[in-house]
Structure formats: C-alpha cells, structure tokens
Design a protein around this ligand. Structure first.
Ligand SMILES: NC(=O)C1=CN([C@@H]2O[C@H](COP(=O)(O)OP(=O)(O)OC[C@H]3O[C@@H](n4cnc5c(N)ncnc54)[C@H](OP(=O)(O)O)[C@@H]3O)[C@@H](O)[C@H]2O)C=CC1
Ligand SMILES: CCCCCCC/C=C/C=O
Length: 337
C-alpha cells in the first residue's frame, strides 16, 4: 500500500484564498488495476484558473492542476517505470493514473507523456512548454494574427503566459509593449526578454505611458488581466485591431456580486472595428503537440527564454499559489515536490 497526501478544497474561496479553505488529507492508494500507473509527483503547477474556477465544482474537491511526475509502478507498457508523465491530478504527492482515459475539450483529464525536453528541467513541461506556453502560442497567434511591424501590447507580461506571448511577438517581428507590477519585472522584460518597452502599471499613468510608447496606436492586445487597464489599452487601438481575451486576474479575488466596473468599450469597438475574442486553451487540445514542438524549438534556438519561479516543498504549495496571485512570480510559478 502506498500512502499519499493531497490538498482538498473544503470551503469556497472568499477574496484571497486562505489556508483554512484547504485540508491536507493523508490516505492509502488502492492497488493498481490494468492500464494504471503509480505516479510520484515531481513538479506541481499553481495557476490563476485554480482561483477563477473555484466555484465551478461542488466542495469538497481535490485540488486539480497540472503536474509532472515519474512512474514508479506500471501496469501499462506505454508508460514504463521511470517514464515521466504530465497529468491534471493536481496538488498531491502520489497518484494513480489511468493512462487510457482520452482527453477531450470538455474534460478535466489531461494525460500525456512528458515531451523530450532535450535536457531541460521537467518543470518546463508544465510551464513554457505546457499549458501556459500553449495558451500563449494559440491564444496569441490564432486570435491576434500578428503581422511584421505591428504593435502588440500584453498585460500580465512578466507571468507564465504573458512572458511567452511577448517573446513570440518579438519572434514574429512585432514591436512589444508589456505591463507588469514591479520595477524589477519591467527591467527584466526589457533587458532579459527584449521587450521594446515595459511599464509598471502600479506606478505609471497608464494612458500617458502607452501613448508615449505606442504613438501610432496598438494593433494587437493580449489581455491577461481585464479591468480598467484593458479599457485604456483598447481605447488606443488602431482600426481593425485584434484583442485576445485570455483572462481577467484583476478581478479573480473580487466578490462575484461586486465585480469592479471599467470604462465602456463599445465606442472603440464600433468605430475602430475591433475584433475581440475570448478563448480557453482546451479549444486546441488536438493541436497541443504542434505548439509543444515549436516552443521547444524556439527555446533550443535561443529565441525564447522559459523563466520559472520555483518554490520548494509539498507543504508550500498553498503559499506558492497565493504568492502567484499576489504577483510574487516572475515567469511560471511551479513547486518542486
Ligand atoms: N484562457 C485560457 O485558456 C488561459 C487563461 N489564463 C489566464 O492568463 C492569465 C495569466 O495567467 P498565468 O500566466 O498563468 O499567471 P501569471 O504567471 O501571470 O501570474 C499571475 C500574475 O497576475 C498578476 N496580477 C495579479 N493581480 C493582478 C491585478 N490586480 N492586476 C494585474 N495583474 C495582476 C501578477 O503579476 P504583476 O506583478 O504583474 O501584477 C501575477 O504574477 C490569467 O488571467 C489566467 O487566468 C491562463 C492559462 C490559460
Ligand atoms: C484539463 C483542464 C485544462 C485547464 C485549462 C485551464 C484554462 C485556464 C483558463 C483561465 O485561466
């Protein structure tokens, strides 16, 4: 018998999630059936959608999320002992995985072999080459359809998705402006990632700073945060600009009955003929391998930097989660178990 530990959400979050909303449960895993493997967790991902989707399922629920683990026992020849696997089994130290369960666009089950990362840390498989990188790849390229020389703005620019969006935009020959929440992040975006301009949204006059950075207007906006800053950016878009709405983290901790208001956007949408589209990355689940291959190639060619913010310890997953929501991470927030 293998003893396992997992985080269970026992209470819906109100505002910033609290440790007392979770219970740490220890239990015994059942023996493996045919087609099942025992996976020891190596890396756990903490992501904003774990906050945003909190009320989508009844409590109590096991805290799901992406993770990379190593197969310790196997009843599946496709996943021998020692193979690495990406699953959506979340915040646990051991889990039993039925590898034959097929992932679909509506499912919360995603299981695939960790791709050959060519010597990079397995954690990259849940970051720049995992769901967040894939989100950046399809959400930006498919919805924004960027062209050489266009001006691209990304919010949440120093995070897991935003940092990849900005770098892909540079690869595609665009001028890139990023908004992030600290001077250190701004410096990192400009000096390390090659953004043309980065702006601290907490201290700058966003309207004026963007006018100065993009005097000819904005062609593409990748929106990670929503709220007033997004209204300001959309108000400075060029005719037929494209907006990819990826998330709205500025309001995830808000009371759902008191969602903050932002400036009306319809005049810009109508007169500038903007195209605004939201998406969930599962839309392209059947094409994830295409994104994974391209992202690995860009990293190996030195065109894309896969930054990570690593927290160590199973007991620290909650802290890493609330730290990420508060902006402590630069790059992808992951926990080493
Ligand atoms: N549609 C989809 O399929 C997917 C959507 N997403 C969305 O993408 C967005 C980014 O996710 P991800 O890259 O994983 O997370 P990040 O790595 O960007 O981490 C979250 C970041 O959000 C920023 N933030 C926190 N509060 C605010 C606020 N009030 N206003 C502005 N920024 C804030 C913080 O950075 P800072 O210091 O700059 O404030 C923080 O570091 C989220 O909205 C998420 O829900 C992610 C994956 C898939
Ligand atoms: C198998 C579940 C995949 C979850 C994808 C998360 C999408 C995130 C949306 C908003 O943040």
């Amino acid at each position: 018998m293998v003893k396992a530990k997992k985080y269970v959400v026992k209470k819906y979050f109100e505002g910033v999630p609290k440790r007392s909303d979770f219970e740490l449960v220890e239990y015994e895993l059942p023996p493996l059936k045919d087609g099942e493997v025992l996976v020891k967790t190596e890396w756990v991902s903490v992501d904003p959608y774990l906050r945003a989707y909190n009320r989508n399922v009844p409590v109590p629920y096991d805290q799901y999320g992406f993770q990379v683990g190593i197969v310790e026992q196997s009843n599946d020849t496709n996943y021998p002992v020692g193979a690495r696997i990406v699953t959506h089994k979340g915040w646990c130290d051991y889990t039993v995985v039925n590898t034959s369960k097929v992932s679909t666009g509506n499912s919360t089950e995603v299981t695939y072999k960790l791709p050959d990362l060519k010597g990079m840390s397995p954690s990259i498989g849940i970051g720049a080459v995992g769901m967040p990188g894939i989100t950046a790849y399809f959400g930006f390229l498919e919805l924004c359809q960027p062209k050489i020389g266009e001006t691209v703005v990304v919010t949440g620019a120093a995070g897991a998705v935003g940092s990849i969006v900005g770098q892909i935009a540079k690869i595609k020959g665009c001028k890139v402006i990023g908004f992030a929440g600290s001077d250190d992040k701004v410096k990192w975006l400009e000096k390390e990632l090659g953004f043309d301009k980065a702006i601290n949204y907490k201290t700058a006059d966003v309207q004026k700073a963007l006018q100065a950075a993009a005097p000819n207007g904005v062609d593409c906006y990748f929106d990670n945060v929503g709220g007033e800053i997004s209204s300001i950016i959309m108000g400075q878009m060029n005719k037929r600009g494209r907006v990819s709405v990826c998330g709205s983290i500025s309001a995830y901790n808000a009371d759902p009955t008191q969602i903050p208001k932002a400036t009306i956007l319809q005049p810009s949408i109508v007169f500038k003929e903007l195209r605004i589209e939201g998406f969930v990355v599962q839309r392209w689940l059947d094409r994830w391998p295409e994104a994974i291959t391209q992202l690995i190639t860009w990293i190996k060619m030195g065109q894309l930097k896969p930054a990570e913010h690593v927290t160590v310890g199973f007991d620290k997953i909650f802290d890493a989660f609330v730290g990420m929501l508060a902006g402590e991470n630069t790059g992808k927030a992951v926990v080493k178990i």
